[in-house]
Design a protein around this ligand. Structure first.
Ligand code: FES
Length: 75
């Protein structure tokens, strides 16, 4: 639970994604999603942000957190 305490103390969720920007906003058109689904990062640790690269698993193991991706399925 170290990380949870750290987030509460600082208010910072994003450790490294596009820190040169005031606000990180990503827009992806549905038809730009490759394959049948898009898997999007919600842990802010992915090197492929805004897409999930699986780093949430290590984050969860290290911190006891329980975050995972948002998956959008195409019709
Ligand atoms: Fe962030 Fe998977 S890498 S949710």
């Amino acid at each position: 639970r170290r990380s949870v305490v750290s987030v509460q103390a600082t208010g910072v969720i994003n450790p490294s994604v596009k820190k040169d920007l005031d606000k990180v906003v990503d827009t992806i058109k549905a038809d730009e999603i490759e394959g049948k689904k898009g898997v999007f990062c919600r842990c802010w640790r992915s090197a492929k942000f805004p897409y999930c690269d699986g780093k949430h698993a290590a984050h969860n193991k290290e911190t006891g957190d329980n975050v995972g991706p948002l998956i959008i399925e195409k019709p």
